[in-house]
Ligand binder design. Structure first.
Ligand code: APR
Length: 243
């Protein structure tokens, strides 16, 4: 097995020759900010799994319960800051102007850190969408009045993508395009089990991209990677980009 320094040299060599690197990120990149991952320890809320709360059916059945779950998550997120992994990617974007970050995270931490080009596949927890008039608005109330109402009287929902729902067409289209064009993809902190996000890595690979996974644990998509770095993102990425 290669030691970490030679792995870093190899990745840097590939990166230097890259025309358009892409990053696919998941909950693990925010873990070191203190945000619990979905499938890791601390991923349960009141003994319920995100998969059982983040669905249109759960919201229809009990919007108050689902909003309480989101209010809890918003309260957690209100107190967190981006971590060195987010900032390392900001630094990378200074070198690669076209660097696209495709994230499954709804926490907004990539943008808060200063990354200029972020595709939020699963929406953003700081926005609401009206089920009546469709209006999308930023809402940073913590706590939020439950259940929140739009000025038109309609019920508001979090502007995030729930299990079983389609991703915003323009965002997923842009993500597929980036995966098709890129020659280098970092896959950081995702368990690689939620589609279509997870398919972006094999898709990029099929188009000839060099793939680097950064995750302390192996995932179902580790097998398509060129390099698997079993390190924490907040420790490895700053070292890789030299900050
Ligand atoms: N650095 C890098 N990776 C980490 C770190 C860290 N410090 N800590 C944990 N991880 C890894 C875990 O090993 C795991 O593989 O991050 C991954 C987190 O996986 P999930 O909790 O499944 O999160 P994610 O892949 O983003 O989930 C996808 O599922 O619930 C839905 O919509 C939600 O966007 C989410 C989607």
């Amino acid at each position: 097995m290669q030691d970490l320094s030679s792995t870093i040299e190899e990745i840097r060599g590939r990166l230097e020759n890259s025309r358009m690197p892409v990053v696919l990120s998941g909950a693990g990149i925010s873990a070191e900010s203190g945000v619990p991952t979905f499938r890791g320890a601390g991923g349960l809320w009141k003994n319920m799994r995100a998969e059982d709360l983040a669905t249109p059916e759960a919201f229809e059945r009990d919007p108050v319960l689902v909003w309480e779950f989101y209010d809890y998550r918003r309260r957690v997120l209100a107190g967190v800051r981006p971590n060195p992994a987010h900032y390392a990617l900001v630094r990378l974007a200074e070198r690669f102007k076209d660097l696209t970050i495709i994230t499954q995270n709804v926490d907004g931490l990539h943008s808060l850190a200063g990354s200029p080009k972020v595709l939020e596949l699963h929406g953003n927890i700081w926005r609401t969408r009206c089920l009546g008039c469709g209006r999308v608005e930023e809402n940073r109330d913590v706590p939020i009045t439950i259940p929140p109402r739009c000025a038109c009287g309609g019920m508001l929902r979090p502007d995030v993508v729930w299990f079983g729902e389609a991703l915003p067409a323009d965002v997923i289209e842009a993500a597929f395009e980036a995966a098709d064009r890129t020659d280098f993809m970092f896959v950081v902190g995702t368990s690689g089990v939620v589609q279509p996000a997870a398919s972006l890595a094999p898709r990029a690979k099929a188009n000839g991209a060099y793939l680097v996974e950064i995750n302390p644990d192996a995932t179902p998509i580790s097998t398509v990677m060129d390099v698997v770095v079993k390190e924490k993102a907040g420790e490895f990425l700053p070292r890789l980009v030299g900050i």
